[in-house]
Design a protein around this ligand. Structure first.
Ligand SMILES: CC(C)(COP(=O)(O)OP(=O)(O)OC[C@H]1O[C@@H](n2cnc3c(N)ncnc32)[C@H](O)[C@@H]1OP(=O)(O)O)[C@@H](O)C(=O)NCCC(=O)NCCS
Length: 373
């Protein structure tokens, strides 16, 4: 069977970043204004005051210190509190495609491939800008690629699921040069007015090139030793946004069509699910966990990653073994594990093993075991 490799990765980072202090100052100003507006009802016990947020809590509970966003001014405007995005005409590139194309061009440059050599694109992301035409097909045109393209949404695990689909297509000869692109504009689905989750997400786009190992031009490539996926239904991370919203007889409240979660339950249920997936995958390939030199894990919560790495290794992982990017980027959904890979793989020696894993809503989890060439 054709041996397959990841031959390049790319990252697009928005220009603007918001620190925890800036974010908390904005949220608290909003909460205090709402509380004074509703002071009488609060005093009468008919309304609850909005609780205040704190930077100390955010760092302690999540490890997040800042996040990049496509529009800082809109998010920090207490009368708006979401990114302000220019409405583009149908003949202009969409924002998601533009971000994805920037990451894809970087990945192709590393792979030593011209965009015209690409014959398969998956746009894998947790939020897609529109139902159709597929953002992936728009990316195909923007990049000047051939072949075919489609969108895929498996929430924060989208990159891992996209990688398995691309690897399978290349292995079976259905594609010769595939791109998995993850443009994530998480600031658009985040409820910035909810104290319990307003700090969680950031924006970024990533891409990887997947092609047959034989004939690869890249000097920075990893053979894909195997991929494995798992899903298990849960409502603990949910977003009810969709095309039927306008037809639903009872209108949903505005915050029901944004990201919502039961963070504690997610933490408790996803850690064992992912640890079992990773241990089972390594065992199936006859790989001892301690021989894995690098864990590129989904970046949602620092302690969650530390727990998973500890369950897999049987001891604490060092920061070199399980690199952290969520301190700077926050949770960028499917892009997180690819950002970790992109920024933290150059020091691995030929033959060394790494494990990439994305996990999130669904629940969904995926793993790819990679060997440096
Ligand atoms: C979201 C998350 C960081 C919250 O951390 P947590 O320790 O579970 O926090 P909790 O929601 O249980 O809240 C703990 C306390 O802090 C308070 N708190 C919550 N948000 C706060 C904030 N922004 N500032 C200050 N205090 C806050 C809560 O009110 C609670 O107070 P109490 O103990 O008096 O009731 C954490 O649950 C998490 O990351 N879970 C996994 C999420 C995940 O991976 N999601 C995937 C998304 S795709």
């Amino acid at each position: 069977m054709t041996r397959v490799a990841i031959t390049g990765s790319g990252l697009f980072t928005p220009a603007e970043s918001i620190s925890n202090d800036e974010l908390v100052a904005c949220y608290n100003a909003y909460a205090e204004r709402e509380n004074s507006r509703h002071a009488e009802a609060i005093a009468a016990g008919t309304a609850q005051p909005l609780p205040l947020s704190s930077s100390e809590f955010i760092v302690k509970a999540s490890g997040i210190k800042s996040r990049y966003v496509v529009d800082k001014a809109g998010v920090l405007d207490i009368d708006f509190m979401r990114p302000r995005i220019r409405t583009r005409g149908n003949d202009e590139p969409s924002l998601m495609a533009e971000m994805g194309a920037a990451a894809a061009r970087q990945a192709l440059a590393t792979a030593g491939r011209d965009p015209s050599e690409v014959d398969f694109i998956i746009c894998a992301a947790s939020n897609l800008q529109r139902p159709y035409p597929a953002v992936a097909v728009e990316l195909q045109q923007l990049l000047g690629a051939g072949g075919f393209a489609y969108d895929m949404n498996v929430a924060c695990a989208s990159a891992a699921f996209g990688i398995q689909s691309a690897v399978d297509a290349v292995r079976l000869g259905n594609a010769k040069c595939a791109l998995v692109i993850n443009p994530e504009i998480c600031s658009g689905h985040l409820n910035w007015r909810n104290r319990d989750c307003h700090f969680i997400f950031g924006d970024a786009a990533t891409a990887v090139v997947i092609e047959p190992l034989h004939g690869a031009k890249s000097r920075d490539a990893f053979e894909v030793m195997g991929t494995r996926l798992k899903t298990q239904f849960s409502n603990n991370i949910r977003n009810n946004f969709g095309f039927l919203n306008a037809s639903e007889i009872e209108a949903r409240p505005w915050n029901d069509v944004l990201f919502q979660q039961e963070g504690r339950k997610v933490f408790k249920e996803v850690v064992p699910m992912v640890s079992e997936l990773l241990l089972g995958h390594l065992a199936a390939l006859g790989i001892a966990p301690e021989s894995v030199k690098r864990f590129w894990l989904h970046q949602a919560n620092l302690s969650m990653n530390q727990f998973i790495a500890r369950k897999v290794l049987g001891r604490d992982a060092t920061e070199t073994e399980a690199p952290v990017i969520l301190d700077e980027y926050a949770n960028t959904s499917s892009a997180g594990c690819i950002i970790a890979f992109h920024k933290h793989h150059a020091d691995l020696a030929a033959g060394e093993l790494g494990l990439l894993s994305g996990f999130g809503a669904g629940y969904s989890a995926g793993s790819a075991i990679l060997r440096k060439l």
